[in-house]
Design a binder for this molecule. Structure first.
Ligand SMILES: Cc1cc2nc3c(=O)[nH]c(=O)nc-3n(C[C@H](O)[C@H](O)[C@H](O)COP(=O)(O)OP(=O)(O)OC[C@H]3O[C@@H](n4cnc5c(N)ncnc54)[C@H](O)[C@@H]3O)c2cc1C
Length: 395
């Protein structure tokens, strides 16, 4: 996005990529449906970036979701708003968009050099790259670095930029997994029966924040949208207490008193499990989760009074012992501190070098917020670079 913005302004651009192909992560993101952005009101949208929202506001307001959709459509990829408000290209996958985009960049004169890994700056302030032919140095009038976070490193973004940044005295907040699964020590019986099973239409809570959605039970814990939305809080709780207490509401649409009333009705010859399944529409994984919690509390579900069962359905306690590794996380928290850049995304310690995308210190839930901020900061950094070049040409 930075290359496109600079090339459109008539600047000669060379795009370096360490992998043999461009945009591997963007291609992977499209595998489950490329969620480009979200259609919610802009204030709600910006609030998703939590503490980083004030830093990202200007870039997102300058290139908001509507502009990202228009950009995508101008590349021949019609977009649509899904039921959850998320925006996707009609084709769902990345490849047609990427193909059209690469053709546009070529038409704008952008030169692409693949297999070039940026390794830092040399004493002459030049950019140093490692390529198959050996080391090369580039004396650029300015540079935009958009080197990604640390998740899925085999796709290219391996955070190897952190060492040269820190070596140059640039503050980088420690990288950590975001939008990732969490570890739970399930009993052997629960794990064997339910690993891979979905928990549908649940709400997950930590402290007084909750997220509705779906989750998936895994052999090592749980993952899925509802979990990802709470990653920052889960991470903080683990850092403080070594663990995080989650509560799963298996019936977020019913109140506890409603559940008590339904549980008080005569069950006839039905077992409690059958009754819960039929009357409260709890499926096997939800029932399994209740049994697991009852087992941990050493009180069989069948021996619990109706109000205790209702309370448990509304708030199944799950102890999280850790986050899954960053290698499989959807995104990365931490990165280049906003204090290390000015409002044009230029590194204070390196005038003429700009940074954009996930390598900056922000995180957001899934829902299109990651790509929107990556694209918007790419634009903002390129506009910063254009102002810098204009200033330099006047000197
Ligand atoms: C499975 C998965 C699904 C996702 N789905 C979505 C989604 O639907 N919606 C959404 O909003 N977000 C999604 N994301 C997140 C989104 O893909 C990223 O936030 C986004 O790609 C970040 O863009 P970026 O340009 O900052 O970094 P990247 O896309 O990681 O690009 C950085 C590029 O820099 C290259 N590079 C890194 N280091 C060097 C170096 N030293 N020298 C040269 N080149 C280097 C890398 O090879 C890479 O090509 C998903 C992520 C994953 C893993």
């Amino acid at each position: 996005m930075a290359a496109e913005t600079l090339a459109r302004a008539g600047v000669g651009v060379v795009l370096f990529e360490r992998m043999p192909r461009l945009a591997r992560k963007l291609l992977l993101a499209g595998r489950g449906g490329l969620n480009l952005t979200h259609s919610e009101p802009i204030e709600n949208f910006i609030s998703r970036y939590r503490g980083a929202a004030p830093h990202l506001r200007a870039a997102i307001e300058a290139f908001p979701p509507a502009d990202l959709r228009a950009w995508c459509e101008a590349l021949g990829q019609e977009t649509f708003v899904g039921t959850s408000g998320r925006v996707f290209p009609r084709a769902m996958k990345t490849s047609p968009l990427l193909r059209a985009w690469m053709q546009r960049l070529a038409a704008l004169g952008v030169e692409v050099r693949l297999g070039h890994r940026w390794t830092g700056w040399n004493a002459k302030n030049q950019l140093v790259f490692e390529a198959s032919a050996g080391e090369i140095t580039i004396d650029a009038a300015c540079a935009v670095l958009a080197l990604g976070g640390a998740s899925w490193p085999r796709l290219g973004s391996d955070a190897s930029w952190v060492a040269p940044f820190e070596g140059a005295g640039i503050e980088v907040a420690p990288l950590a997994p975001s939008n990732c699964g969490v570890r739970v020590q399930w009993s052997e019986i629960f794990r064997t029966r339910f690993a891979g099973a979905p928990l549908k239409r649940i709400a997950l809570a930590i402290g007084d924040e909750s997220a509705r959605g779906e989750a998936m039970i895994t052999a090592e814990g749980i993952e899925g949208g509802a979990v990802y939305a709470l990653t920052p809080l889960i991470r903080n709780a683990i850092a403080t207490n070594g663990r995080a207490g989650l509560a799963i509401d298996l019936r977020p649409d019913a109140s506890e008193s409603d559940l008590v009333a339904r549980l008080a009705r005569p069950r006839g010859k039905q077992s409690l499990a059958t009754y819960l399944r039929k009357a409260l529409h709890l499926d096997a994984p939800a029932l399994g989760l209740l049994q697991e919690a009852a087992h941990k509390a050493a009180t069989p579900l069948a021996a619990m009074p109706a109000d205790a069962v209702a309370r448990l359905i509304k708030s199944v306690p799950v102890e999280v012992t850790g986050l899954m590794p960053i290698e499989r996380a959807i995104s990365t928290a931490g990165g280049v501190s906003f204090d290390a850049i000015d409002e044009t995304y230029m590194l204070r310690a390196r005038p003429g070098t700009f940074v954009a995308g996930e390598m900056l210190d922000w995180e957001a839930p899934t829902g299109g917020y990651l790509l929107q901020a990556s694209f918007a900061t790419g634009r903002a950094a390129a506009n910063g670079a254009l102002s810098y070049l204009a200033r330099r040409s006047q000197i």
